[in-house]
Design a protein around this ligand. Structure first.
Ligand code: SF4
Ligand code: SF4
Length: 374
């Protein structure tokens, strides 16, 4: 079965060409791990005090601008600004406005709670390509449960409406966990009323960026719950017909990744086949260049190295990476779509087999089987 439709959008074409030629077309600048929320499943959040005590200081405005200039020369076009909460970073507006003037197509990941009317006006003057707002619930109570923050839903709702009215493209995402699953129907309904795309993720990475001493759990679903909510969400958002088509694909052994970019997780030949370290990079708040935000290794020091040198080293290390032999030969891999970052986060090593994913896949297959054969 063909994996993609015959018409390849321009962006896909550019990414795939950049990947073949190892051009860093897309970068992420993680400006700060500080956030005004304290979500239970967060993989990155730190307090200001923790940042101040860190062995490596937080990157400065001048450092980001130097990197941006060098990255532009190397081919960067798409740029994602993220955090923590990026709007909390003190030099956010100065950096943003300069980056826009440099010609980058910028997206911003945010929890939306700090985007007031003044911020919307500023964004309207120099619009980003897109604002990605994570919705954690459909009311204050759920935000309190999951994000341990009070009275913010109305602020986030106001920001979404104001941005949309200002003509700025907004995409909603939701990290679904046992603490906000109760709101799933309401969230789907909310996105439909607002006519906005909502991307729901039921898989939460272990917080390896926050907790480096071992693989710890982060209040996430069991693999079986994750599978069941993933399918429930598909059914709610796209209806019975799409749901049945997807379950048929699971039975046939090929189903596209849900909630992930299709090219983002697919080690069919045991190598990393996603764009990380081939066309994409991530720079952490303390100055490491990594293939993606969920991986601590391989990494290059962007503080001491030029962008070109750091990218060259990263590409060379990523080319050597192999995922688990078990995954490579597994007949479920076209349903599962594991990736190097998942293997590393779940098992501590890229060659490990992420058992969480094996169980998720088994549960999806069980649900599909039950649908047709009982
Ligand atoms: S809003 Fe995002 S960065 Fe902030 S604590 Fe929650 S998950 Fe972490
Ligand atoms: S994680 Fe498990 S189910 Fe998925 S491809 Fe690897 S071995 Fe197969």
């Amino acid at each position: 079965m063909s994996r993609k439709s015959s018409s390849i959008p321009l962006t896909d074409y550019m990414y795939s060409k950049a990947g073949r030629n190892r051009i860093p077309i897309s970068g992420t600048f993680e400006l700060s791990p500080v956030c005004n929320f304290s979500c239970r499943m967060c993989y990155v959040r730190r307090t200001r005090e923790e940042v101040e005590k860190s062995a490596r200081p937080i990157m400065s405005l001048e450092e980001w601008l130097r990197i941006a200039e060098e990255a532009r020369k190397a081919g960067m076009l798409y740029l994602l600004l993220t955090g923590g909460e990026p709007f909390l970073w003190p030099d956010f507006w100065t950096l943003y406005e300069q980056l826009i003037r440099m010609g980058f197509l910028i997206s911003i990941n945010t929890n939306g709670s700090l985007i007031d009317d003044a911020a919307v006006e500023r964004l309207k003057r120099l619009p980003p390509r897109r604002i990605n707002i994570t919705l954690y619930g459909a009311g204050d109570r759920t935000y309190e449960e999951l994000c341990r923050t009070k009275g913010v839903f109305s602020k986030v709702d106001h920001a979404i409406t104001a941005l949309h009215d200002a003509g700025i493209q907004v995409k909603l995402s939701c990290s679904l966990t046992p603490y906000n699953a109760v709101d799933l129907e309401k969230l789907v309904q909310y996105s439909e009323e607002k006519k906005l795309v909502l991307q729901v993720t039921t898989y939460m990475f272990p917080p390896v960026r926050r907790e480096t001493t071992g693989i710890i759990d982060n209040n996430r679903f069991t693999p079986e719950e994750s599978a069941s909510y993933r399918l429930k969400c598909l059914r709610l958002q796209y209806g019975e017909k799409e749901y049945d088509t997807f379950l048929k694909k699971i039975e046939e052994g090929y189903a596209p990744p849900l909630g992930l970019d299709e090219s983002c997780a697919d080690p069919l030949d045991g190598k990393i086949r996603c764009r990380a370290g081939k066309a994409c990079f991530w720079i952490t708040w303390d100055g490491w260049m990594t293939p993606c935000g969920m991986m601590n290794e391989p990494r290059a020091d962007i503080r001491t190295d030029s962008f070109a040198k750091a990218w060259e080293d990263l590409v060379s290390e990523c080319d050597k990476l192999h995922t688990s032999g078990l995954c490579t030969h597994c007949r479920n891999q076209e349903i599962c779509h594991p990736c190097a970052a998942i293997a590393q986060a779940e098992t501590g090593k890229i060659t490990g087999t992420p058992e969480y994913f094996c169980r998720t896949v088994q549960e999806m297959k069980r649900i599909a089987h039950e649908r047709w054969h009982s």
